[in-house]
Each structure stands twice: as C-alpha cells, then as structure tokens.
Design a protein around this ligand. Structure first.
Ligand code: CA
Length: 395
C-alpha cells in the first residue's frame, strides 16, 4: 500500500531535504520522538529498543530520494505483475488458504479472488514484505524534515502503539522504506484502524498470520465501499471513432453504454442499470473496460490506475476468466518476471552489465538494454521487452 505516488514523494524530498551528510540535528530530533512516544504511553523499553538510532537510515534516505522512473507502459507493468507465475502461485495459495479466504468473503462480503489478488500484487503472497526496520525508517523520514514530517511522525507513533498493544513484537516491524508492512502492506495507522484478528488468537498479526492479513485486507476494502456480489470490470469493444464520455468517474448505466454502441467482449448482453465508467488505459487503440464502483474501491488501497487494473485482472484470472482479449497497441510486448531475469542473463553472456540477474529492471539493466539495442541496430528503448529478448536468443 503506497499512499502517494513515488514521483510526487521524491519531488517533495528534493525540494525539502537537507544537504547530503546532514545529521547534526538528527539525535536531537530522535530524542524529541522518544519523548513524544513516552507521552503517548508507549512503554520505555519499547521506545528505547525502537529508537536507539544515532544516524539516519542510509538506505531509507537513498530509496526515498531515488529519481522516479520514466512512466513505464501499462503493458510492461501488467506483463510482469500479472504473469503466469503469479497466477499459478495464486491458485496454489488460494488452495492452501481456501478456508480463510472463504470465511473473509463471507464475513466482509469481498470476493475472495480479489483478496488473493491484492495479496499477490502487494507481496507475492507474503514472500516479499520489505526489509526496512520501520521505527528507523519512519524516524529517518520524520527527522529529515520536509512537508510530510507530521505524517511520518504519526505513522511512527502508530507503529509503536501496535507493539505496545501486544499485537506484534518489535522484531516483526519490517516493511517498505515508506512504512507499509505485513503480508498485505498496511501503513501503521491503517493497521491500527482496520486490522482484524481473523485467526482468533487474540492478536492482530498481519506479518505472520495469513488469515489475519487476508481478513484485514477484506475489511479494508469493505470500508472503502466494496459492494458484495457486484462486478469490478468488464472488457468491452468501443465503436470506431467513439468520442463520448470517458474516464472511470464519468459513470453511466450499462443500458446507456449499450445505446452508445459498446459491446461486451465475452459476447454477453450489455444491459441493466448498474453504473460504470469507460476506461481505455492505452487510448483508443488498446483494450477498453467498463469499470464499476468496486474497481474504484481498489484505489483506496493504492491510488494508481495500473495497480487497480493489475489487481482486477489477476482476480479475474484466478476466478477462471481469461486474459484481456484486445491487444495492447505495441509490436514489442513486455516480459514476465522469469523472462526479465532471463534477459539479464542473456545480456551478461553477451558481455553487457545489467547488474545481478534478479528480474528487477533498474537503471543498470536499462542502460545495458539500451547499449545492446544500439549494437544490434534496434530502436533504442531501454525496455525489458520481447524484441531485444528475442534478438539475444530468448524464446
Ligand atoms: Ca491473530
């Protein structure tokens, strides 16, 4: 769960951050946080162990000021976020935790495939939950100053309250540099508001208890306005040259959309009073969707169209529906995570340096791809995509 776009956050830091190496005021700032935590009723032993930190967390400083990447195309994002591996592992995870998922669906009225999809997109079903110690990360973000200082301070105190309440030991407070943590990546204040004990052991543990994490994600969506049994998204065909209303917020009844000439891709009839908006993530030449109120609820979890589409699509696939039928407007589609790793290995074999082959395409990998594209006389994109992959011998 990221509550703000990375780009905006990074920009805010560039404007507000102190010069590199600044740490003089840090110990005094941390002392202030310790006093605030004491006043908030956090036990001394917790405060001491949580905030025994002399310098800002260097990795958090680095991650929080990374220049945002150029916006990656939606088809690249979906290719690696909703790849066959995440689909297969999602099926297995749903079998393993079927009872908890069904119970969460019943209790909170949120479709179990959607709960599983959030779990899969957020942390790869609990496998990658982040490795930053939250008190240090949040103290670092608070004490470097800037416009969001009060926000980070609140999140830090919320994290300590979770420990103070006995829900989690301090040693489990590891997550993203920005404080989201646990199997479904809650911010600490969200955790305090919406986490539920769903395995009945008396503690809300979204780090180690899968039922607690899944139940809490369902509770979160219910509070975000989820409507039981209602659709999320349907793929449609839009008539050529359509120039009518567009955007997920400009909703109209399905009957109205049918009158405007839209048709469902699955050939079922488009009819009824349910309201939906028209979303064309890649413009008029790519897939088109009618999106419903439940699709909007996913934005509460992470306010990004790409994220909501990934969750909705993964949920559809887990529910037995196929891939999108319309093609994305590109002759150079994106790669799955395994293919991205394979591409990095091929680059290494050819003498380029994309960094460790981990499937993550960072600045080094992009530079290596650009170099290889130049050498092979291909259009220079820096994207981990099918054309360079195949040119290097990938299949
Ligand atoms: Ca529990």
């Amino acid at each position: 769960m990221r509550h703000f776009p990375t780009a905006a956050l990074a920009a805010a830091f560039f404007l507000a951050a102190s010069p590199p190496g600044h740490a003089a005021g840090f110990p005094a700032c941390v002392d202030g946080l310790k006093r605030a935590a004491g006043k908030a009723g956090i036990r001394k032993s917790v405060v001491r162990r949580a905030l025994d930190i002399a310098e800002p967390d260097a990795r958090v400083l680095r991650l929080s000021t990374v220049q945002p990447e150029r916006r990656i195309p939606i088809w690249d994002y979906l290719a690696f976020v909703v790849d066959d591996q995440r689909f297969r592992e999602g099926k297995a995870a749903m079998r393993r935790h079927g009872a908890a998922l069904r119970r969460a669906e019943k209790r909170f009225g949120v479709n179990r495939h959607v709960i599983a999809a959030i779990w899969g997109v957020e942390t790869d079903y609990g496998k990658t939950t982040g490795r930053n110690f939250l008190p240090h990360a949040l103290a670092t973000l608070t004490c470097r100053g800037g416009r969001r200082e009060a926000f980070w301070r609140r999140e830090l105190l919320a994290a300590l309250r979770i420990v103070n309440a006995g829900d989690l030991p301090l040693a489990k407070l590891y997550g993203s540099w920005a404080g989201a943590f646990g199997q479904t990546q809650f911010m600490p204040s969200t955790y305090r508001r919406l986490a539920v004990d769903f395995d009945g052991d008396g503690r809300k543990d979204l780090v180690s208890s899968v039922p607690d994490a899944l139940g809490s994600a369902a509770n979160y969506l219910r509070r975000a306005g989820w409507r039981t049994g209602r659709p999320r998204i349907i793929e449609v065909r839009v008539p050529n040259g359509y120039r009518g209303p567009e955007g997920r917020k400009r909703k109209a009844a399905l009957d109205t959309w049918a009158a405007r000439g839209l048709r469902r891709m699955d050939r079922r009839r488009l009819k009824g009073k349910l309201r939906a908006g028209l979303l064309r993530p890649a413009g008029p030449d790519g897939p088109a969707f009618l999106t419903f109120r439940n699709f909007d609820s996913l934005y509460a979890y992470n306010h990004a169209e790409s994220y909501a589409l990934a969750v909705a699509h993964l949920a559809d696939r887990l529910a037995g529906r196929g891939r999108f039928r319309a093609a994305w407007p590109t002759d150079d589609p994106g790669l799955s995570r395994i293919e991205r790793k394979w591409l990095q290995e091929l680059l290494i074999v050819e003498g380029y340096d994309p960094g460790a082959p981990d499937g993550k395409i960072g600045p080094k990998s992009r530079a290596a791809i650009r170099e290889a594209e130049k050498d092979l006389g291909l259009p220079v994109t820096g994207r981990a995509a099918r054309r360079i992959f195949q040119a290097l011998g990938g299949k």
